[in-house]
Ligand binder design. Structure first.
Ligand code: KIV
Length: 257
């Protein structure tokens, strides 16, 4: 395992791991100072491109945003989501994971678990490409939001999926929108860190979509806390600009050549 990934894994049981998403250079630069891991998530589709879900985002778009993010990180691990339909079989998964890694120089790719694709995940890991897993509510496989792990059979399935991911060799696993007690049990039963989103304080780390926690996306389900309401701050700035232009106060003498 590469040194920086090993360092991330070893943080389990030491302190919580801080993770966020980024899609662009200015955000990546700020996040790098404060995060252990930055994910170029396929939430890019909804957060940046206004698509109705993550299903149509292309690998080329993920790569372009991946280059923008990774080239502006010096400390945090950079993980890039493999979009839907780019890892349906072993050959396709290895070809596309290699492409993402070679073009972006990221540290790892993330693959959503569909309860069956463990061999595919394992083959990418065995090829030498670090993989982050993703279980629970996996947006590539669902159309409608649903909390996972409420019914007994769902809980057992989630625990099994988590263990299978670990066996397949993922270095960490995102646990999305899962009942708290199941997230706790999964976290206790794995040696690798669990990174929760809507999956309670019991995970080894937390991740949110940055646009959500900054108050930019307009998407604020229960598990999202808005740590700042950037939409209001931006609006105030834009209102000031609008007024200054209309009143011929901008540009002034200091802004001219
Ligand atoms: O695409 C994404 O941003 C994600 C996070 C929500 C974990 O997968």
């Amino acid at each position: 395992m590469k040194k920086n990934i090993l360092k991330f894994v070893k943080m389990k049981n030491r302190r919580p791991l801080v993770c966020l998403t980024a899609y662009s250079k200015p955000i990546a630069k700020i996040l790098d100072k404060h995060c252990d891991l930055i994910l170029v998530g396929d939430s890019l589709a909804t957060a940046m491109y206004g698509m109705k879900n993550t299903h149509q985002i292309s690998i080329e778009t993920m790569i372009l945003h991946g280059i923008s993010v990774k080239s502006n990180l010096s400390k945090a691990l950079c993980v890039i989501d493999m979009p839907k339909n780019t890892y349906r079989n072993v050959n396709e998964a290895i070809k596309n994971a290699k492409l993402i890694l070679s073009r972006t120089k990221c540290d790892a790719v993330k693959m959503e678990c569909n309860g069956k694709n463990f061999k595919i995940i394992e083959s990418v890991v065995n090829y030498g490409i670090p993989v982050m897993g993703h279980i629970g509510f996996t947006p590539q496989h669902y159309k409608k939001f649903k909390i996972q792990g409420v019914l007994k059979n769902e809980r057992l399935k989630l625990i099994k999926d988590a263990k299978e991911n670990e066996r397949a060799g993922v270095f960490s696993i995102v646990v999305e929108c899962v009942a708290s007690d199941v997230a706790k049990e999964i976290t206790k039963s794995l040696k690798i860190p669990t990174i929760g989103i809507g999956a309670s304080i019991h995970c080894d780390g937390q991740i949110l979509v940055t646009d959500d926690m900054l108050g930019l996306s307009g998407f604020y389900p229960k598990f999202v806390k808005r740590f700042v309401k950037l939409n209001n701050i931006i609006e105030k700035g834009v209102q000031k600009y609008n007024k200054a232009v209309l009143n011929r106060k901008f540009p002034n003498n200091q802004n001219k050549f």
